[in-house]
Design a protein around this ligand. Structure first.
Ligand code: DGY
Length: 332
């Protein structure tokens, strides 16, 4: 789309809160997608022609090819804390600013991670399906027995802000022993606040009663949990993933769940989502949710607002609030 307006031109690639869109429309020339149409990579590239900025929601890939085809693009503002949809080195090389939406979703996402872990350990989805199917005829002493959360060992792989939030919930709220593994160890003050003890990855896998994954997705974290790692876990253990699909080898996980190598899993993210590995759809001992860990209205609104604020700030001052890359000279 071309225009004679001197306002920066922005693409908002998915439907967002109307009040946030209105703020952008007051300042920029905006092309939006409030109909929430599904755009292919080619559609996105075509819509970005002549655009100075884009608000993405985490599912839209900003690749080196796209950047090459959209030389006017100066900023990509993600409405997500994860930004594995961005080719950050390519953005930096082209002088394109990237931003994400951290902090505003930390506690909401930690709430959900803890809830999913509890639902998994206490077999809530499996027992609900049983009830809805009319199979509940009478009580029995071992019907849907799960495992305790209180007093159990909580293992966290990836101890960023959300991991620390889950650790605090487990330690202070449920008297859990908390162990974690992370690329770098937390300082002593943060460890004490979470009641968390640093261990190596094998110890984490072997000792956790409930393992929660919070690693950022990258080539290095791809299939961090596969057959070999699952084999180290206790047969009574649960695994919860609210980080990114691709961190877990879903086929290996489905096999481990079916064979009883681990007790249960709770998954909010999937490799290739919204497609879900067919084997996961047929194992009973897994709770499946459609990438909703940050989904409360307050938090989603705050995420959209932060993405919008990054765009507004960038075009007003050349600065952003939550950068994911550092540029030399800023293009405005
Ligand atoms: C995030 O913010 O990264 C969540 O996964 C929502 O996309």
């Amino acid at each position: 789309m071309t225009s004679s307006s001197s306002k920066p031109r922005i693409l908002v690639s998915r439907a967002i809160f109307p009040e946030v869109l209105a703020q952008l429309e007051a300042v920029f020339e905006v092309e939006h997608n409030q109909a929430d149409a599904v755009w292919s990579a080619q559609d996105l590239t075509a819509r970005l022609q002549g655009k100075d900025g884009v608000l993405t929601t985490g599912g839209e890939r900003i690749s080196a090819e796209l950047l090459q085809a959209c030389p006017q693009l100066k900023i990509c503002a993600n409405m997500a804390v994860g930004f594995n949809n961005f080719d950050v080195p390519a953005m930096t090389a082209r002088g394109v600013q990237g931003t994400n939406a951290p902090d505003v979703l930390t506690e909401t996402t930690a709430d959900f991670g803890f809830a999913l872990m509890m639902a998994t350990a206490r077999r809530m989805a499996e027992s609900e399906h049983f009830l809805r199917a009319g199979l509940w005829k009478r009580w029995s002493y071992d019907m849907f027995c799960g495992s305790d959360i209180h007093g159990a060992t909580l293992g966290i792989l990836g101890m960023g802000r959300i991991g620390q939030g889950i650790a605090r919930r487990g330690f202070h709220g449920f008297g859990m022993k908390v162990i974690y593994h992370n690329r770098s160890r937390l300082d002593a003050g943060l460890e004490a606040a979470c009641g968390a003890q640093y261990v190596d990855k094998s110890t984490l896998l072997a000792q956790a009663d409930h393992l929660v994954l919070l690693l950022p997705y990258s080539a290095e974290s791809h299939h961090s949990i596969g057959a070999a790692e699952l084999a180290l876990m206790k047969p009574t253990a649960t695994l919860t993933n609210i980080a990114r699909g691709g961190i877990v080898d879903d086929a290996a996980l489905a096999h481990a769940l079916r064979s009883g190598q681990i007790a249960a899993a709770g998954l909010d993210v999937f490799e290739g989502e919204p497609q879900v590995h067919p084997d996961l759809l047929t194992v009973p001992n897994v709770v499946l949710t459609p990438h909703i860990a940050s989904a409360t209205l307050n938090t989603r609104r705050a995420m959209a607002q932060l993405a919008a604020d990054n765009l507004l700030r960038f075009f007003a001052t050349g600065e952003v609030l939550t950068p994911v890359n550092t540029l030399g000279a800023v293009r405005r």
